[in-house]
Design a protein around this ligand. Structure first.
Ligand code: SAM
Ligand code: SF4
Length: 351
């Protein structure tokens, strides 16, 4: 089972981001972490969690590095018996708030992977995205994390923002590879409703060539793509777990949980969540919805699609795609080797 914890605080709101985060609610941190604890106790029972049954824990946000390790302590204490011995424990972090003390504190709690939201190493671009850090801080935070001894380090990049060129992105990628990381997430900018950029959607470039370029450059340097936006010599077990549609507990305001054929939604509003972290709505997924999800996620990544899940006509269409060299198959699965075509191929198989 996977476990996700959402930390809904940020130092500033990035112009592209629609995640559930607050820049003016820091005084609720104690209460929020307490509410999280309450929800986690409930979820461990609901998911019938056993000793060593949590294979991955991911603390995401928002900005987990806005909350001190001390406040995470009770949660780690609670989760400790349920965490598998070699569990992958990731935290996201922003370079401006991931200080030496914070990183050391998280390492002492058992975190073994840090994913830094870098986005770019270009100062002007960082400002335009409204990031709270500069390129130097990003490099220093990653070097610091390495020195402290985290086993796995990752960073996020964003591309296809207006003015992005091969030169700018090459510089971002070269700088990333000069750092001691084993993973990169490279996301194409999307314009989300309710964000500052939604008023100026033209800031997103529609340049397919740059998408291929970024992917090729990262692969050329030795990080293989294991999903449309994820590359590494290390493949995150948590990420892969999502694409395999494993069960996951989702704790926190705006988090999502999944168990068998149900999704769980705790309240999104932070004050409402703190008041009642157990007010959780459920959504039942149909067999068709689950299959659609398995096809889309399977073809966006190295997971592939299990043949036995498909109806005969879907299998026929998948076989046709194999003949056309668009898919590859072995005795049990179909695999996609060009993740950029995944949505098209999925729609074709669904018919
Ligand atoms: C939700 S953020 C959390 C990480 C951390 N707060 C940070 O930003 O440094 C995870 C990643 O999603 C990506 N992201 C968020 N919104 C995006 C958008 N609209 N388009 C492309 N990537 C986006 C960014 O690369 C970001 O680092
Ligand atoms: S990208 Fe990260 S730091 Fe920026 S608003 Fe979103 S969650 Fe916060």
């Amino acid at each position: 089972m996977l476990f996700y914890i959402h930390i809904p605080y940020c130092d500033s709101k990035c112009h592209y981001c629609s995640f559930n985060t607050y820049v003016d609610k820091f005084d609720t941190r104690d209460d929020y972490m307490h509410a999280l604890h309450t929800q986690i106790v409930f979820e461990l029972k609901r998911f019938n969690a056993k000793e060593n049954s949590i294979t991955t824990l991911f603390i995401g946000g928002g900005t987990p590095s806005t909350v001190s390790p001390e406040l995470y302590k009770p949660i780690f204490k609670l989760l400790s018996p349920y965490l598998e011995k070699n569990a992958e424990i990731t935290t996201e972090a922003n370079p401006n708030s991931a200080t030496k003390e914070w990183l050391e504190g998280m390492k002492n709690l058992g975190v073994n992977r840090v994913s830094f939201g870098v986005q770019s190493f270009n100062e002007k671009k960082l400002k335009a995205l409204n990031r709270a850090h500069n390129p130097k801080e990003a490099k220093e935070a990653i070097l610091q994390a390495k020195e402290i001894g985290f086993k796995h380090l990752s960073l996020d990049l964003i591309y296809n923002y207006q003015g992005d060129t091969k030169e700018l992105l090459s510089h971002d990628i070269d700088t990333a590879f000069s750092l001691p990381i084993d993973h990169i997430s490279a996301y194409e900018l999307t314009i989300e409703d309710g964000t500052k950029f939604s008023a100026t959607p033209e800031v997103r470039q529609d340049n397919e060539n740059l998408a291929f370029f970024v992917s090729d450059e990262i692969e050329k340097k030795g990080f293989k793509a294991y999903e449309i936006s994820n590359f590494g010599t290390y493949q995150s077990k948590h990420n892969k777990g999502y694409w395999e549609i494993k069960d996951y507990i989702g704790a926190g305001a705006g988090a999502v949980g999944f168990y068998k054929d149900k999704r769980f939604y705790p309240q999104t509003n932070i004050d409402a969540y703190i008041k009642n972290p157990l007010h959780i709505t459920e959504e039942l997924l149909t067999v068709e919805e689950l299959l659609t999800e398995k096809i889309f996620l399977g073809l966006r990544s190295i997971i592939g699609i299990k043949k036995t899940l498909l109806t005969t006509s879907m299998q026929n269409r998948a076989e046709f795609l194999c003949e056309e060299n668009k898919l590859r198959s072995n005795t049990t699965h179909y695999f996609n080797e060009n993740f950029f075509l995944s949505d098209e191929l999925s729609l074709y198989i669904l018919g």
